[in-house]
Ligand binder design. Structure first.
Ligand SMILES: [Zn+2]
Length: 423
Protein backbone atom coordinates (compact mmCIF):
# COMPACT_ATOMS: atom_id res chain seq x y z
CA UNK A 1 0.00 0.00 0.00
CA UNK A 2 1.38 3.46 -0.87
CA UNK A 3 1.68 6.13 1.84
CA UNK A 4 -1.32 7.81 0.23
CA UNK A 5 -3.21 4.55 0.81
CA UNK A 6 -2.31 4.50 4.49
CA UNK A 7 -3.29 8.11 4.92
CA UNK A 8 -6.68 7.45 3.36
CA UNK A 9 -7.60 4.76 5.91
CA UNK A 10 -11.11 5.26 7.30
CA UNK A 11 -11.17 6.59 10.87
CA UNK A 12 -12.68 3.40 12.32
CA UNK A 13 -9.98 1.24 10.72
CA UNK A 14 -7.21 3.48 12.02
CA UNK A 15 -8.63 3.23 15.55
CA UNK A 16 -8.97 -0.55 15.18
CA UNK A 17 -5.31 -0.82 14.08
CA UNK A 18 -4.17 1.30 17.03
CA UNK A 19 -6.26 -0.80 19.44
CA UNK A 20 -4.83 -4.06 18.08
CA UNK A 21 -1.31 -2.67 18.54
CA UNK A 22 -1.96 -2.13 22.24
CA UNK A 23 -2.11 -5.85 22.95
CA UNK A 24 1.45 -6.27 24.20
CA UNK A 25 3.27 -4.33 26.86
CA UNK A 26 5.58 -1.73 25.30
CA UNK A 27 8.40 -0.52 27.52
CA UNK A 28 9.12 2.67 25.56
CA UNK A 29 6.15 5.01 25.72
CA UNK A 30 6.93 6.60 22.34
CA UNK A 31 6.57 3.23 20.60
CA UNK A 32 2.99 2.76 21.75
CA UNK A 33 0.55 2.95 18.81
CA UNK A 34 -1.45 5.88 20.22
CA UNK A 35 1.79 7.90 20.31
CA UNK A 36 3.40 6.83 17.05
CA UNK A 37 0.19 7.00 14.97
CA UNK A 38 -0.75 10.39 16.37
CA UNK A 39 2.52 11.77 14.99
CA UNK A 40 1.99 10.67 11.39
CA UNK A 41 -0.05 13.66 10.28
CA UNK A 42 -2.58 16.20 11.51
CA UNK A 43 -5.58 14.06 10.56
CA UNK A 44 -4.22 10.98 12.34
CA UNK A 45 -3.49 13.06 15.41
CA UNK A 46 -7.05 14.39 15.53
CA UNK A 47 -8.53 10.90 15.15
CA UNK A 48 -6.23 9.22 17.69
CA UNK A 49 -6.42 11.98 20.29
CA UNK A 50 -10.21 12.09 19.83
CA UNK A 51 -10.64 8.35 20.53
CA UNK A 52 -10.82 8.00 24.35
CA UNK A 53 -10.64 4.19 24.15
CA UNK A 54 -7.05 4.42 22.86
CA UNK A 55 -5.95 6.17 26.06
CA UNK A 56 -7.36 3.68 28.55
CA UNK A 57 -4.25 1.51 28.93
CA UNK A 58 -1.87 3.59 31.02
CA UNK A 59 1.67 2.31 31.50
CA UNK A 60 3.84 4.47 33.72
CA UNK A 61 7.45 4.25 34.83
CA UNK A 62 7.68 5.10 38.51
CA UNK A 63 11.27 6.27 38.12
CA UNK A 64 10.37 8.75 35.40
CA UNK A 65 10.21 12.47 36.14
CA UNK A 66 7.65 12.69 33.32
CA UNK A 67 5.19 10.35 35.08
CA UNK A 68 2.70 12.98 36.23
CA UNK A 69 2.58 14.67 32.81
CA UNK A 70 2.09 11.41 30.92
CA UNK A 71 -0.50 10.18 33.44
CA UNK A 72 -2.53 13.37 33.21
CA UNK A 73 -2.45 13.26 29.42
CA UNK A 74 -3.98 9.77 29.51
CA UNK A 75 -6.48 10.66 32.26
CA UNK A 76 -7.68 13.61 30.18
CA UNK A 77 -7.78 11.92 26.77
CA UNK A 78 -9.52 8.78 28.10
CA UNK A 79 -12.36 11.05 29.26
CA UNK A 80 -14.79 8.98 31.40
CA UNK A 81 -13.69 5.51 30.19
CA UNK A 82 -12.66 2.74 32.54
CA UNK A 83 -8.90 2.27 32.78
CA UNK A 84 -6.20 -0.37 32.94
CA UNK A 85 -3.17 0.99 34.73
CA UNK A 86 0.33 -0.46 34.98
CA UNK A 87 2.95 1.17 37.19
CA UNK A 88 6.52 -0.06 36.98
CA UNK A 89 9.56 0.56 39.11
CA UNK A 90 12.53 -1.00 37.37
CA UNK A 91 15.36 0.48 39.40
CA UNK A 92 15.95 1.52 42.95
CA UNK A 93 14.15 4.79 43.58
CA UNK A 94 13.45 6.54 46.88
CA UNK A 95 10.34 4.99 48.48
CA UNK A 96 8.81 8.37 49.37
CA UNK A 97 9.25 9.50 45.77
CA UNK A 98 7.58 6.32 44.52
CA UNK A 99 4.64 7.03 46.85
CA UNK A 100 4.40 10.61 45.60
CA UNK A 101 4.38 9.49 41.96
CA UNK A 102 1.93 6.67 42.61
CA UNK A 103 -0.46 9.12 44.24
CA UNK A 104 -1.25 10.68 40.81
CA UNK A 105 -3.67 7.80 40.15
CA UNK A 106 -5.65 8.33 43.38
CA UNK A 107 -8.01 11.06 42.05
CA UNK A 108 -8.87 8.71 39.15
CA UNK A 109 -9.03 5.46 41.12
CA UNK A 110 -12.81 5.21 40.65
CA UNK A 111 -12.21 4.72 36.89
CA UNK A 112 -9.53 2.04 37.24
CA UNK A 113 -10.70 -1.52 36.59
CA UNK A 114 -7.32 -3.22 36.44
CA UNK A 115 -4.28 -2.15 38.39
CA UNK A 116 -0.81 -3.74 38.15
CA UNK A 117 2.11 -2.42 40.17
CA UNK A 118 5.70 -3.67 39.94
CA UNK A 119 7.77 -2.46 42.88
CA UNK A 120 11.31 -2.61 44.14
CA UNK A 121 10.49 -0.84 47.39
CA UNK A 122 9.25 -0.96 50.93
CA UNK A 123 5.53 -1.44 50.19
CA UNK A 124 4.51 0.11 53.51
CA UNK A 125 5.80 3.44 52.24
CA UNK A 126 5.41 3.11 48.48
CA UNK A 127 1.76 1.98 48.63
CA UNK A 128 0.71 4.43 51.36
CA UNK A 129 -1.34 6.58 48.91
CA UNK A 130 -3.66 3.59 48.33
CA UNK A 131 -4.20 2.86 52.02
CA UNK A 132 -7.30 4.84 52.99
CA UNK A 133 -8.90 4.86 49.58
CA UNK A 134 -11.96 3.21 48.00
CA UNK A 135 -11.67 1.60 44.57
CA UNK A 136 -15.33 1.16 43.58
CA UNK A 137 -14.73 -0.28 40.08
CA UNK A 138 -11.47 -2.16 40.59
CA UNK A 139 -11.80 -5.77 39.41
CA UNK A 140 -8.18 -6.98 39.16
CA UNK A 141 -5.28 -6.03 41.40
CA UNK A 142 -1.72 -7.29 40.94
CA UNK A 143 1.22 -6.07 42.99
CA UNK A 144 4.63 -7.67 42.68
CA UNK A 145 7.50 -6.60 44.87
CA UNK A 146 11.01 -7.76 44.14
CA UNK A 147 12.55 -6.24 47.26
CA UNK A 148 12.10 -9.04 49.77
CA UNK A 149 13.57 -7.22 52.75
CA UNK A 150 10.27 -5.47 53.41
CA UNK A 151 7.90 -8.40 53.27
CA UNK A 152 7.37 -8.74 56.99
CA UNK A 153 4.36 -6.58 57.71
CA UNK A 154 1.00 -6.90 55.98
CA UNK A 155 0.12 -3.87 53.88
CA UNK A 156 -3.17 -2.07 54.29
CA UNK A 157 -4.69 -1.20 50.93
CA UNK A 158 -8.09 0.12 49.80
CA UNK A 159 -9.35 0.11 53.37
CA UNK A 160 -12.46 2.04 52.30
CA UNK A 161 -13.58 -0.81 50.07
CA UNK A 162 -13.23 -2.40 46.63
CA UNK A 163 -16.56 -4.18 46.16
CA UNK A 164 -15.94 -5.33 42.56
CA UNK A 165 -12.54 -6.85 43.27
CA UNK A 166 -12.52 -10.47 42.12
CA UNK A 167 -8.84 -11.09 41.32
CA UNK A 168 -5.79 -10.46 43.50
CA UNK A 169 -2.20 -11.45 42.84
CA UNK A 170 0.48 -10.31 45.29
CA UNK A 171 4.14 -11.28 45.40
CA UNK A 172 6.23 -10.49 48.47
CA UNK A 173 3.36 -8.40 49.81
CA UNK A 174 0.55 -9.59 52.06
CA UNK A 175 -2.65 -7.60 52.34
CA UNK A 176 -3.59 -6.65 55.85
CA UNK A 177 -6.47 -8.97 56.77
CA UNK A 178 -9.31 -8.67 57.52
CA UNK A 179 -10.07 -6.52 54.50
CA UNK A 180 -13.40 -4.97 53.55
CA UNK A 181 -13.24 -6.31 49.99
CA UNK A 182 -12.77 -10.06 50.33
CA UNK A 183 -16.36 -11.16 49.73
CA UNK A 184 -16.36 -10.99 45.92
CA UNK A 185 -12.90 -12.54 45.44
CA UNK A 186 -12.85 -15.53 43.11
CA UNK A 187 -9.09 -15.60 42.43
CA UNK A 188 -6.43 -15.12 45.09
CA UNK A 189 -2.67 -15.54 44.59
CA UNK A 190 -0.30 -14.78 47.45
CA UNK A 191 3.33 -15.67 46.95
CA UNK A 192 6.52 -14.94 48.75
CA UNK A 193 10.00 -16.34 48.74
CA UNK A 194 11.86 -17.84 51.64
CA UNK A 195 11.01 -18.18 55.28
CA UNK A 196 8.56 -15.75 56.75
CA UNK A 197 6.50 -15.76 59.90
CA UNK A 198 3.75 -13.39 60.89
CA UNK A 199 2.22 -14.50 64.13
CA UNK A 200 -0.44 -11.80 64.12
CA UNK A 201 -1.89 -12.68 60.75
CA UNK A 202 -5.14 -14.58 60.51
CA UNK A 203 -4.89 -15.36 56.84
CA UNK A 204 -6.37 -18.86 56.91
CA UNK A 205 -9.23 -17.76 59.16
CA UNK A 206 -9.89 -14.73 56.98
CA UNK A 207 -9.87 -16.70 53.75
CA UNK A 208 -12.19 -19.27 55.31
CA UNK A 209 -14.67 -16.81 56.75
CA UNK A 210 -14.48 -13.95 54.22
CA UNK A 211 -13.54 -15.39 50.83
CA UNK A 212 -16.39 -17.84 50.43
CA UNK A 213 -16.60 -17.38 46.65
CA UNK A 214 -12.97 -18.34 45.99
CA UNK A 215 -12.66 -20.65 43.00
CA UNK A 216 -8.90 -20.33 42.36
CA UNK A 217 -6.31 -20.11 45.12
CA UNK A 218 -2.54 -19.99 44.78
CA UNK A 219 -0.41 -19.74 47.93
CA UNK A 220 3.13 -20.13 49.15
CA UNK A 221 3.19 -22.93 51.69
CA UNK A 222 4.34 -20.57 54.43
CA UNK A 223 0.81 -19.13 54.61
CA UNK A 224 -0.61 -22.52 55.43
CA UNK A 225 0.96 -22.64 58.86
CA UNK A 226 -1.90 -20.51 60.03
CA UNK A 227 -4.57 -23.19 59.98
CA UNK A 228 -6.92 -25.30 57.87
CA UNK A 229 -8.84 -23.83 54.97
CA UNK A 230 -12.52 -24.46 54.42
CA UNK A 231 -13.51 -23.33 50.92
CA UNK A 232 -16.69 -24.95 49.59
CA UNK A 233 -16.40 -23.67 46.00
CA UNK A 234 -12.67 -23.90 45.44
CA UNK A 235 -11.94 -25.59 42.09
CA UNK A 236 -8.25 -24.95 41.46
CA UNK A 237 -5.46 -24.86 44.00
CA UNK A 238 -1.75 -24.23 43.63
CA UNK A 239 0.68 -24.52 46.53
CA UNK A 240 4.31 -23.48 46.23
CA UNK A 241 6.94 -25.06 48.48
CA UNK A 242 10.26 -23.18 48.50
CA UNK A 243 13.35 -25.26 47.85
CA UNK A 244 14.69 -24.92 51.38
CA UNK A 245 11.45 -25.96 53.06
CA UNK A 246 10.86 -29.61 53.92
CA UNK A 247 7.10 -29.81 54.17
CA UNK A 248 5.42 -33.12 54.27
CA UNK A 249 2.98 -33.46 51.41
CA UNK A 250 0.53 -35.46 53.53
CA UNK A 251 0.38 -32.63 56.07
CA UNK A 252 -0.24 -30.08 53.32
CA UNK A 253 -3.09 -32.07 51.79
CA UNK A 254 -4.64 -32.51 55.22
CA UNK A 255 -5.07 -28.73 55.55
CA UNK A 256 -7.82 -28.47 52.95
CA UNK A 257 -11.51 -28.86 53.42
CA UNK A 258 -12.33 -28.27 49.74
CA UNK A 259 -15.01 -30.71 48.54
CA UNK A 260 -15.30 -29.17 45.05
CA UNK A 261 -11.56 -29.11 44.33
CA UNK A 262 -10.89 -30.47 40.83
CA UNK A 263 -7.28 -29.42 40.11
CA UNK A 264 -4.38 -29.39 42.54
CA UNK A 265 -0.89 -28.29 41.53
CA UNK A 266 2.06 -28.33 43.88
CA UNK A 267 5.43 -26.90 43.00
CA UNK A 268 8.59 -27.81 44.88
CA UNK A 269 7.70 -31.48 45.42
CA UNK A 270 9.99 -34.51 45.53
CA UNK A 271 9.13 -38.02 44.41
CA UNK A 272 9.69 -39.72 47.77
CA UNK A 273 6.86 -37.60 49.21
CA UNK A 274 4.63 -38.29 46.22
CA UNK A 275 5.15 -42.01 46.78
CA UNK A 276 4.15 -41.68 50.44
CA UNK A 277 1.09 -39.64 49.47
CA UNK A 278 -0.01 -42.11 46.81
CA UNK A 279 0.49 -45.10 49.07
CA UNK A 280 -1.59 -43.58 51.89
CA UNK A 281 -5.14 -44.76 52.33
CA UNK A 282 -6.70 -41.85 54.22
CA UNK A 283 -6.01 -38.48 55.82
CA UNK A 284 -7.09 -37.49 59.34
CA UNK A 285 -9.15 -34.47 58.21
CA UNK A 286 -9.33 -34.12 54.44
CA UNK A 287 -10.77 -35.92 51.46
CA UNK A 288 -10.73 -35.10 47.75
CA UNK A 289 -13.81 -36.66 46.18
CA UNK A 290 -13.87 -34.33 43.14
CA UNK A 291 -10.14 -34.10 42.42
CA UNK A 292 -9.48 -35.16 38.82
CA UNK A 293 -6.13 -33.52 38.11
CA UNK A 294 -2.90 -33.56 40.08
CA UNK A 295 0.28 -31.81 38.96
CA UNK A 296 3.65 -32.03 40.68
CA UNK A 297 6.29 -29.55 39.55
CA UNK A 298 9.89 -29.04 40.52
CA UNK A 299 12.76 -27.02 39.15
CA UNK A 300 15.80 -28.92 40.24
CA UNK A 301 16.66 -30.97 43.28
CA UNK A 302 19.62 -32.73 44.77
CA UNK A 303 17.85 -36.10 45.17
CA UNK A 304 20.04 -38.87 43.80
CA UNK A 305 19.08 -42.07 45.62
CA UNK A 306 15.49 -43.17 46.02
CA UNK A 307 14.69 -44.11 49.64
CA UNK A 308 14.51 -47.85 50.32
CA UNK A 309 10.96 -47.58 51.71
CA UNK A 310 9.65 -45.70 48.65
CA UNK A 311 7.21 -48.30 47.38
CA UNK A 312 6.26 -47.96 43.71
CA UNK A 313 2.75 -46.76 42.97
CA UNK A 314 1.17 -49.68 41.20
CA UNK A 315 -2.43 -48.79 41.97
CA UNK A 316 -4.49 -45.65 41.79
CA UNK A 317 -4.14 -43.54 44.96
CA UNK A 318 -6.96 -44.16 47.42
CA UNK A 319 -6.85 -40.52 48.54
CA UNK A 320 -7.93 -39.37 45.06
CA UNK A 321 -10.71 -41.68 43.88
CA UNK A 322 -11.62 -39.53 40.86
CA UNK A 323 -8.07 -38.86 39.61
CA UNK A 324 -7.89 -39.02 35.81
CA UNK A 325 -4.93 -36.76 35.01
CA UNK A 326 -1.46 -36.87 36.55
CA UNK A 327 1.38 -34.55 35.55
CA UNK A 328 5.00 -34.93 36.63
CA UNK A 329 6.97 -31.86 35.58
CA UNK A 330 10.75 -31.85 36.19
CA UNK A 331 10.09 -34.27 39.02
CA UNK A 332 12.90 -36.30 40.55
CA UNK A 333 12.66 -40.09 40.16
CA UNK A 334 10.13 -39.78 37.34
CA UNK A 335 11.36 -43.15 35.94
CA UNK A 336 10.52 -44.83 39.26
CA UNK A 337 7.03 -43.33 39.28
CA UNK A 338 6.40 -44.20 35.64
CA UNK A 339 7.67 -47.76 36.06
CA UNK A 340 5.15 -48.25 38.89
CA UNK A 341 2.25 -46.84 36.88
CA UNK A 342 3.06 -48.96 33.82
CA UNK A 343 4.02 -52.17 35.66
CA UNK A 344 2.09 -55.17 34.32
CA UNK A 345 0.27 -55.72 37.62
CA UNK A 346 -0.56 -52.04 37.93
CA UNK A 347 -4.18 -50.89 38.25
CA UNK A 348 -5.04 -47.30 37.41
CA UNK A 349 -8.46 -47.73 35.81
CA UNK A 350 -9.42 -44.05 35.78
CA UNK A 351 -6.12 -42.55 34.68
CA UNK A 352 -6.71 -41.04 31.23
CA UNK A 353 -3.77 -38.68 30.86
CA UNK A 354 -0.20 -38.85 32.09
CA UNK A 355 1.96 -35.79 31.41
CA UNK A 356 5.71 -36.32 31.65
CA UNK A 357 8.58 -33.82 31.49
CA UNK A 358 11.50 -35.63 33.12
CA UNK A 359 14.51 -33.66 34.32
CA UNK A 360 17.93 -34.39 32.82
CA UNK A 361 19.17 -36.79 30.14
CA UNK A 362 19.67 -39.86 32.30
CA UNK A 363 16.11 -39.65 33.49
CA UNK A 364 14.92 -39.28 29.88
CA UNK A 365 16.46 -42.61 28.93
CA UNK A 366 14.94 -44.35 31.94
CA UNK A 367 11.44 -42.91 31.36
CA UNK A 368 11.67 -43.83 27.69
CA UNK A 369 12.58 -47.38 28.72
CA UNK A 370 9.64 -47.61 31.16
CA UNK A 371 7.19 -46.40 28.49
CA UNK A 372 8.69 -48.66 25.86
CA UNK A 373 8.36 -51.69 28.12
CA UNK A 374 4.65 -50.95 28.60
CA UNK A 375 3.89 -51.20 24.87
CA UNK A 376 2.73 -54.81 24.98
CA UNK A 377 0.38 -54.32 27.95
CA UNK A 378 -2.68 -54.93 25.79
CA UNK A 379 -4.69 -56.39 28.66
CA UNK A 380 -5.45 -52.97 30.10
CA UNK A 381 -6.08 -49.50 28.82
CA UNK A 382 -3.04 -47.28 29.04
CA UNK A 383 -3.46 -43.54 29.62
CA UNK A 384 -2.75 -41.06 26.88
CA UNK A 385 0.77 -39.74 27.43
CA UNK A 386 1.66 -36.10 26.91
CA UNK A 387 5.42 -35.82 26.58
CA UNK A 388 8.03 -33.07 26.61
CA UNK A 389 9.81 -32.56 23.29
CA UNK A 390 13.02 -34.45 24.21
CA UNK A 391 11.07 -37.42 25.58
CA UNK A 392 8.77 -37.60 22.57
CA UNK A 393 11.85 -37.47 20.31
CA UNK A 394 13.41 -40.38 22.24
CA UNK A 395 10.33 -42.54 21.84
CA UNK A 396 10.03 -41.76 18.14
CA UNK A 397 13.68 -42.57 17.51
CA UNK A 398 13.25 -45.79 19.48
CA UNK A 399 10.34 -46.73 17.23
CA UNK A 400 12.56 -46.17 14.19
CA UNK A 401 15.46 -48.11 15.68
CA UNK A 402 13.37 -51.11 16.67
CA UNK A 403 11.10 -50.87 13.62
CA UNK A 404 8.15 -51.21 15.93
CA UNK A 405 5.40 -48.82 17.02
CA UNK A 406 5.09 -47.96 20.70
CA UNK A 407 1.32 -48.30 20.27
CA UNK A 408 0.82 -45.51 22.75
CA UNK A 409 -1.47 -42.52 22.37
CA UNK A 410 1.19 -39.79 22.51
CA UNK A 411 1.17 -36.04 22.10
CA UNK A 412 3.59 -33.15 22.59
CA UNK A 413 3.42 -31.10 25.78
CA UNK A 414 5.18 -27.78 26.41
CA UNK A 415 5.65 -27.21 30.16
CA UNK A 416 6.73 -23.58 29.87
CA UNK A 417 3.21 -22.17 29.88
CA UNK A 418 2.24 -24.20 32.91
CA UNK A 419 5.32 -23.06 34.82
CA UNK A 420 5.00 -19.40 33.84
CA UNK A 421 1.37 -19.39 35.00
CA UNK A 422 2.62 -19.65 38.59
CA UNK A 423 5.17 -16.87 38.35
ZN1 LIG B 1 13.91 -34.49 44.61
Amino acid sequence: MSSGGILSLPNELLIAIATAGQGGSVAVQQLRPEWSLSQVCRRFRDIIVGAPVLWTLIELDLHSDMLADIANLYFTRSQACHLRTILRECKDTDDELIAERLSVIVPHIHRIRQLRIFLFANPQIALAPLRHVAAPNLERLEIRNTLEAFEMNPVEIFSLGAPMLTFICMKCITPHFPVPWAAALTHLKLHRDGEWRDSSSSLAATITTQCLCLAHLSLSVVYLEMGRLHLPFLERLHIEIPEEDQHHLLAIFDLFDTPALAEFTISGTHADQILVLFNSTSLPHSSFPALTSLTFVNGSCACRVIPADAHPITSAPRLFPALSSLSLIHQCFTPHLVTGIFASASTWPLLQTLTLCPPGHRSLDDVCEALWNARHAKARTLPKVRLSAPLLARILSREKEEEEKSGMDMEFFDPSQLISAFR
